[in-house]
Design a protein around this ligand. Structure first.
Ligand SMILES: Nc1ncnc2c1ncn2[C@@H]1O[C@H](COP(=O)(O)OP(=O)(O)OP(=O)(O)O)[C@@H](O)[C@H]1O
Ligand SMILES: [Mg+2]
Length: 330
């Protein structure tokens, strides 16, 4: 459906993205994460043929972005970062106009406009002038615009930015409902959003891809890597041996918490939960248990690790991109 190969973009002498490759399967919802300035919008703009790549290419439904930009644009509904709307137009009028631009006419046009007005919770404001709408409603108009041509692919650049919590839930549900019939790439800074709606996640940092995995595989690895952590007041070596002796425990590390009660970090086979046995051993030893919990990594941990690694790598290595230099400004 979408195949991105070795994509790069250089603005003047600043490299925005470099060597970015990934695939998106039909019906998949891909979460596109990365810190500010990582290159998400740049990648999305290249995929939608708004700007050309400096190197590499991408195919959208078998069409190359370099030589069939019209075909590519026809198959994509795009919600840009800053939604460009005509503030003096009314909502229905705008969607009608956009639908015509996308080649719709007659009964089909009316049907599509009605459909997206309903889907994006806009029916009650269809006669309002866009310029008088709140930010959240304008965002919905942008999403409705992306949807009106019924494109197989949706590229949504931070679709929930500026929305209130209820609207965020609505938009997430909408995106979830679109899965299967549409392929979606969405960028966001809200990690729980990715966990709630996406099948796969890619993380881009300092212009490079640093993670590409399915949510299911990530969750499974979080479970496997889970540790059991306990704060136990007692003779350190004796406690450590007693805990290390628990079946399924691979290793026990003593991490001092600074305020006298040592913390024990237990790595177990397959992330097994051995909390009950820890409790029993501590009671049996006559020690005091202050804290006992299972620590499972989160997408946020992965995000922070991956992006920090990329940032230090860049600082240590050749910061060849000449960060900050802005050559071409569109
Ligand atoms: N038109 C432009 N001219 C010069 N540099 C640009 C241009 N557009 C983007 N850049 C630079 O390219 C890099 C990537 O920007 P991009 O907008 O793709 O990041 P992003 O991941 O979308 O960030 P954010 O989370 O803030 O939206 C940044 O360093 C940015 O300053
Ligand atoms: Mg952006």
């Amino acid at each position: 459906m979408i195949s991105v190969r070795d994509l790069s973009k250089v603005y003047g002498n600043a490299t925005a993205i470099q060597g970015v490759s990934f695939q998106v399967a039909r019906g998949e919802i891909l979460g596109f994460l990365g810190p500010n300035g990582a290159g998400k919008t740049t990648t999305m703009r290249i995929l939608t043929c708004a700007i050309p790549p400096s190197g590499g290419t991408a195919e959208v439904e078998g069409r190359d972005i370099r030589d069939d930009s019209l075909g590519v644009r026809r198959s994509i509904g795009y919600l840009p970062e800053n939604v460009p709307l005509y503030p003096e137009m009314r909502v229905r009028e705008f969607l009608d106009f956009r639908g015509r631009l996308k080649g719709l006419a007659g009964a089909r046009l009316r049907e599509r406009v009605d459909h997206v007005l309903g889907r994006c919770w806009l029916a009650d404001v269809e006669r309002k002038v866009i310029g008088t709408l709140s930010k959240g409603y304008r965002q919905r108009v942008g999403i409705a615009d992306a949807l009106v041509g019924d494109p197989p692919i949706l590229i949504l650049d931070e679709p929930t930015v500026g929305l209130d919590p209820n609207q965020i839930r609505d938009v997430r549900k909408l995106v979830r409902d679109l899965a299967g019939e549409h392929t979606v790439i969405l960028s966001t800074h809200i990690l729980s959003e990715v966990e709630a709606v996406c099948d796969r996640v890619i993380i881009i940092a300092a212009g490079r891809l640093v993670l590409d995995d399915s949510l299911a595989a990530l969750r499974a690895s979080f479970e496997r890597d889970a540790t059991v952590q306990a704060e136990v007041q007692g003779p350190v070596e004796t406690v450590r041996h007693a805990l290390a002796d628990i079946p399924g425990v691979r290793s026990v590390e003593v991490a001092s918490v600074g305020d006298s009660v040592p913390r024990y970090v237990l790595v177990t086979e397959g992330g097994r939960d051995v909390r009950e046995e820890v409790y029993r051993r501590v009671v049996k030893g006559g020690w005091t248990l202050r804290d006992l919990h299972r620590e499972v990594r989160t997408l946020e941990d992965v995000f922070v690790e991956a992006t920090v690694r990329a940032a230090t790598g860049k600082a240590n290595g050749a910061a060849a991109s000449g960060a900050g230099a802005r050559g071409e400004v569109e």
